[in-house]
Design a binder for this molecule. Structure first.
Ligand code: SF4
Length: 759
């Protein structure tokens, strides 16, 4: 059966294509940030809001999870942070009249961009069974409906409780507590689709599933690898950190199939040289690797290190004192076939040997990565091999060195720390049981992919989403949408309208919530919340704007009232106290989650506090052996059949995860359109296609199902040979639900075999 993506409502006929840029940010970055802010918020509100982003007494940017340094600028945000804030603090509103004008079926025909541009949700809405309109509903009625449906399930495991990465620590802790008190570990989250592979690989090898570097380590590093990551769009203030690292003497090796502008040169708009001059060259070396070639690259480097005569090639003392598995690892890597390496990477042996030269002259090395590494079938082995690379030279647990998985959404790491996890550790459940005097479920729950399967198969009947846009964030769009429609009730806690509100179960609820920029006042007074950034720093966030509507509830309020409605008042958990004063939640956290002792006092210190990380802090590895594990990772070259390409899904510069702010991708030379596919000119020649042709993208997978994303304009682009790129969520339809990474079960959105069919 063919599966097609929904067609967008915007007109792509104005699409313009120009040469890709070779530098990022500068004056155009500032101008675009201001234009978005003024359009959405007006000049005065823009100034008031933007000056509080990421400040010590302000609110945390709702964009990515990049950390702030100790010394903050007046403007401590990037272009895409400004866009994220503008979207949330917009003056536009979605009212009950809006829902009266538009049927759900009409909304399902609209693009992500159009839906997002309608503004903030203002009151709870209910789509009753059999109705094609949402209608207003009171909060009491909404909670009563949820209680009826949840309590009517034959097992708590027939519900799933999804979380996106914006949810605060306080809301996340209360939410997982509710799900477990209800009786399930079905707590899938967006991490399942992004850095699950990093968490899996790091937990296995160094005992902690998080990065081991702080911002200062980047400034002390001799060599920084930036692998499978596009910081110019996805973590823009990382460019300032890389600039500072360069000025302190670091070399940068960028590894990517695409020559992204933000990897090449940065014009820092906070410096005169960035405004009027040429800025700072970032990558000293650019390796244009093929998609899925990273395991081969690092394995080749590891083999060369083992074979090197250089006296400093290996840190033998560190290996002997802190690692296990060296002999098996070394025997495996020495048998590596160079032909496989060159085929998998698309690089020459000379290019890889040159990198070895960089490595041997560097004492302190950091490896950063993002989705380019985590969304392949072999992502976990790839990251394990990067850990091998760092361990060989003692580059974990010393200043200026370590692993740096860069997280995408502002509190995705904190949510996991707070217990949003379908496979909780027994110690965490023991601590919950002791703190709240109940027995949490021990059986593992559903991750995102398994939750979709369960909804599809009728095994899950209630879907509850804490933030996010589930149907657009997930793979195999047609399957996911059918799965959502198969539920008895779908409910979303949201600030803005999105497609998940238009693809609903038999009944559907929209539960509108406060944003980060807004005041959160409860019975005990104004509240603050807290978040954890990509480097394990926890800090406070407090909005000051008046809420978008008087009918909004905070995420914490929604969870606490939901819990009381569903569980009754006899659970022994004082939900009302938690809602009244978030300090009560933080006191609970301080007794349940290691590293959060004295949470309430420490969160009020300017800048917050740093969570412990034993490998970083003292070369202590909480693995079963007490040592870091060198691992054996099989290299399987991903061979693409003749006439096919390997496609990766990417974001445009006017996009943050599933939120589409605009239709431009400035750095890649795209204006006013999104249905483009970037292909190497030599591949176009070989395929008999040309720049400007319109094609369908058709993915091929072993289940024999044809997945088709129609009508993409080909853009001849200097991507690696054999590798194409196109934007998600439009191309999520091409990612088969069953095509997931080993161990982490993350969808393989960075390596999809496709053919291009001319229309
Ligand atoms: S780098 Fe990330 S967290 Fe910082 S302002 Fe930009 S989007 Fe926000």
């Amino acid at each position: 059966m063919p599966r097609k993506a929904p067609v967008d409502d915007f007109d792509d006929s104005g699409l313009e294509v120009s040469k890709p840029k070779t530098w990022a940010a500068g004056v155009p970055g500032v101008a675009t940030a201001l234009r978005h802010s003024w359009e959405q918020m007006g000049a005065r509100r823009s100034a008031l809001t933007l000056l509080r982003v990421n400040q010590k007494q302000g609110f945390d940017c709702p964009g990515c999870a990049w950390p702030e340094g100790e010394h903050r600028h007046v403007a401590e945000f990037c272009e895409n942070g400004a866009k994220a804030v503008a979207e949330e603090a917009t003056a536009r509103r979605v009212t009950r009249e809006f829902f009266a004008r538009h049927t759900v079926a009409e909304l399902a025909e609209r693009s992500d961009h159009w839906l997002g541009q309608q503004g903030r949700l203002t009151e709870p809405m209910l789509r009753r069974a059999g109705c094609d309109h949402y209608e207003p509903v009171s909060w009491e009625e909404a909670f009563a409906l949820l209680a009826r449906e949840l309590n009517a399930l034959s097992s708590p495991d027939e519900a799933v409780f999804y979380t996106s990465g914006r949810t605060s620590n306080e809301a996340a802790f209360a939410y997982q507590l509710f799900a477990r008190a209800f009786g399930t570990n079905n707590l899938p989250d967006c991490s399942n689709m992004c850095h699950e592979s990093s968490g899996s690989a790091l937990t296995e090898t160094i005992g902690v599933g998080k990065g081991s570097v702080l911002l200062e380590d980047l400034y002390r590093a001799d060599l920084i690898f930036v692998v499978g990551q596009n910081p110019g769009t996805n973590h823009p203030r990382m460019l300032s950190a890389l600039e500072k690292a360069k000025k302190a003497g670091a070399r940068i090796v960028a590894v990517n199939p695409l020559p992204e502008a933000g990897l090449m040169r940065f014009r820092n708009p906070q410096r005169p040289s960035g405004v009027a001059g040429r800025g700072t060259a970032l990558a000293d070396r650019f390796l244009q690797i093929r998609l899925n070639g990273d395991l081969a690259l690092f394995q080749a480097l590891n083999r060369m290190l083992l074979e090197s005569d250089a006296p400093n090639a290996l840190d033998r003392e560190f290996i002997a004192a802190h690692t296990t598995g060296f002999d098996e690892f070394a025997a495996h890597v020495k048998a590596l076939d160079w032909d496989d390496v060159l085929e998998a990477t698309g690089l020459t042996r000379a290019e890889i040997t040159a990198v070895l030269g960089d490595v041997l002259t560097a004492d302190r090395i950091v490896v950063c990565w993002a989705m380019g590494l985590t969304q392949h079938r072999n992502s976990v082995p790839t990251i394990r091999e990067i850990v091998n690379f760092l361990l060989l030279r003692g580059n974990i647990g010393k200043p200026g060195a370590g692993v740096c998985p860069v997280r995408g959404h502002s509190n995705v790491q904190g949510d996991r720390t707070m217990g949003i996890y379908e496979k909780p550790k027994p110690e965490f459940l023991d601590a919950l049981a002791a703190e709240f005097s109940f027995e949490p479920p021990r059986r593992h729950g559903l991750d995102t992919v398994n939750a979709i399967r369960a909804m599809r198969d009728g095994k899950v009947k209630v879907f509850f989403g804490m933030g996010g846009n589930f149907v657009r964030a997930t793979p195999d769009s047609a399957v996911t949408e059918a799965a959502m429609r198969n539920c008895r009730l779908t409910a979303h806690v949201s600030t803005k309208l999105n497609r998940s509100h238009a693809v609903t179960g038999e009944q559907a609820l929209i539960l509108p919530t406060l944003g980060r920029t807004e005041r959160d006042v409860q019975a005990s007074g104004p509240q603050l919340v807290s978040v954890e950034d990509s480097m394990g720093m926890v800090h406070a966030s407090q909005g000051r704007l008046a809420p978008a509507s008087p009918h909004l509830l905070s995420e914490v309020s929604i969870v606490c009232r939901l819990a009381r409605a569903v569980l009754g008042e006899e659970t022994g958990i004082d939900w009302a106290a938690m809602e009244r004063d978030y300090d009560v939640i933080r006191d609970h956290v301080s007794r349940v989650v290691p590293g959060f002792e004295d949470y309430n006092a420490r969160i009020r210190r300017p800048g917050g506090f740093t969570l412990p990380h034993p490998p970083r802090d003292g070369r202590r590895f909480p693995t079963p052996s007490g040592r870091a594990a060198l691992t054996v990772n099989e290299l399987e070259v991903l061979r693409v059949p003749e006439g096919r390409l390997l496609l990766q899904t990417v974001r445009s510069h006017d996009q943050y995860n599933t939120t589409v702010y605009g239709l431009d991708d400035r750095y890649r030379g795209i204006r006013a359109g999104r249905r483009v596919v970037f292909v190497n000119p030599a591949d176009l020649d070989a395929l008999g296609l040309a720049d400007g042709d319109t094609v369908d993208l058709v993915s091929e997978w072993s289940d024999g199902v044809e997945r088709r994303a129609p009508a993409f304009r080909i853009v001849a682009y200097p991507t690696a040979r054999g590798c194409a790129a196109a934007y998600f969520p439009e191309t999520n339809v091409l990612v088969p639900l069953d095509s997931t990474a080993e161990v982490s079960n993350t969808p393989t959105s960075k390596s999809i075999v496709v053919r291009l069919e001319r229309r």
